[in-house]
Unconditional design. Sequence first.
Length: 147
Amino acid sequence: MRSKLLADSAGQKAFALILERGDEVMSCLQDFVDRENVSAAQFSAIGAFSDAVLNYFDWQKKDYKKIPVDEQVEVAALNGDVALAPDGSRTVHVHTVLGRSDGMALAGHLAEAHVRPTLEIVLTQSPAHLHKRHDPSSGLALIRPEE
């Protein structure tokens, strides 16, 4: 993965992150936010994957169902955010829509993906922190902007 600082003004930064063939998306994003001390950000991307694993949150079971994607797909949309988990660690949360060769789409939380040939991400870091707290009704850690 390569990165470049595009702008830095009043504590807000914008970065270009370019992932290359074989890079694993979630680990690259996690490494970047840890290295740059990012605690609040949003990002979007386009590109393509050789394979991926999506997760779908099953409300009844309060657990994620894995959806393996074992084919080349276009990243039609990829959006996410960065916030601080209840334990203070940085969390990367990503949703994506993947296009198959027949034009059909798959969507869900991105758990894992390998880039082929590229993934172009623009990440905007905010100077304010976002915090997640445990939500008893879902069992998930959700962003609470008031904290």
